[in-house]
Design a protein around this ligand. Structure first.
Ligand code: SF4
Length: 397
């Protein structure tokens, strides 16, 4: 199928958070015009590749001439502005990104347009511009409601700004709001995970994404860990907080539909769900990754290089990888197990899957195995275990 989902990477951040090793461009003043000009150029390139892909897929049933141009392209079902901090583009900048997308693609009537935002960028004027451009979902980087923890993370906002941002978004007509929270913080911060979850639930978001803190080497956090200045919460604490989140959010009506994601019924992230079903998606922006169903491609990650190439009219693609049959099988299993969709069961796998079931890691019905929250704590090893059974090389000859 041609792609119906578009990811746009907006790399700007006001400063680097202590735990973050993403590809970002730290700027006190966001170069909005420079970014938009380059993005428009790249979106035209992405649209041409989309045409070529569609032509290849559909040419036996349509004329080649009808397969290029905006009118022939499949309408997009989701557009996701991720980062970095897309809200650093402000009201007009975000609206211009959506306009640039509309110049190349039609959007479906019920399109989901998500913007990742930091709480301190939310104001009435920006939200009014976003809603008039069609933005209908905001993923807010809350991370914690504990001000000492937010300061330790080098976040640019405090807890009061999170609540204020949610109020402004709802007043402006965006009530599909996801909150990001980080768990497994070092004990010495004395942050109460239960309090954070309770404060998040009280704001009545439609969705939450929860991430366990990981210490990445080239970050301030990595350096603090090297110097022995912090001790990361242990595996036991990680598991306890993950299971606490499952219990509290399920009690508040959220469906734990993916290892890190919880949504009210009907409010799962449609964009991210497209990734997790292994479908194709388009992408633009520095370090953005796309997938056409067989080949994964990625862009140069440095913002300056991305700008340089587009200014010269060059491609920003940095590399690609064609999925082998083994990759495809491993990926299908991993993606299935990380969601409540689960994986189809092959009869010869049943004995192994029954051991997962007895350990409380999975539920099994006549056709499908699904991981439980206990199983999700072992996601990588269980997916590798099943993939090893299913690889072509493991077939008995
Ligand atoms: S706002 Fe997000 S992308 Fe930017 S530095 Fe912080 S964690 Fe990284």
């Amino acid at each position: 199928m041609p792609a119906r989902h578009l990811y746009i990477h907006v790399p700007f951040c006001a400063r680097r958070c202590s735990y973050c090793d993403f590809s970002i461009a730290v700027r006190s003043v966001t170069p909005i015009d420079e970014y938009l000009k380059a993005l428009r150029t790249e979106l035209a390139q992405v649209a041409s590749r989309d045409d070529a892909q569609r032509t290849q897929l559909l040419s036996p049933v349509r004329t080649v001439r009808s397969l290029s141009g905006k009118a022939a392209r499949d309408a997009l079902e989701t557009v996701y502005l991720g980062g970095g901090t897309p809200s650093r583009l402000g009201g007009a900048g975000v609206a211009s990104v959506v306009d640039a997308v509309r110049d190349q693609w039609q959007l479906t009537r019920g399109v989901e347009i998500t913007v990742e935002a930091n709480p301190d960028d939310i104001n009435d004027i920006a939200v009014a511009r976003w809603t008039s451009a069609g933005v209908n979902r905001v993923s807010l980087g809350a991370q914690s409601f504990n001000d000492a923890a937010l300061e330790w993370m080098h976040r640019t906002h405090d807890s009061a700004q999170i609540a204020r941002a949610v109020t402004i978004l709802k007043r402006g007509g965006i009530d599909n709001i996801s909150l990001d929270l980080i768990f497994s913080l070092p004990d010495e911060l004395r942050r109460s995970w239960r309090d954070d979850l309770m404060r998040a639930i009280e704001l009545k978001p439609t969705h939450l994404s929860l991430y366990g803190l990981t210490v990445e080497p080239m970050t301030p956090l990595g350096r603090w860990a090297d110097r022995g200045q912090i001790v990361q919460g242990g595996e036991e604490g990680y598991e306890e907080e993950f299971l606490t989140a499952h219990e509290m959010l399920a009690g508040a009506g959220f469906e734990h539909y993916e290892v890190s994601n919880f949504g009210l019924p009907g409010k799962h992230s449609r964009h991210n769900s497209a990734y997790w079903t292994g479908g194709p998606y388009l992408a633009a922006g520095p370090s953005a990754h796309s997938f056409d169903g067989a080949v994964r491609r990625w862009n140069v990650s440095a913002y300056s290089e991305w700008i340089r190439r587009l200014t010269n009219g060059d491609s920003v693609l940095e590399g690609d990888e064609t999925l082998t049959e083994e990759n495809r099988i491993a990926e299908e299993i991993y993606l299935g197990l990380r969601t409540t969709r689960g994986v189809d069961i092959l009869p010869e796998e049943l004995p192994r899957l029954r051991t997962w079931e007895s350990a409380g890691w999975a539920t099994i019905d006549s056709t499908t195995a699904r991981l439980t929250p206990l199983g999700w704590l072992r996601l990588d090893s269980l997916a590798a275990d099943l993939a090893a059974l299913r690889q072509p090389s493991s077939a008995v000859v």
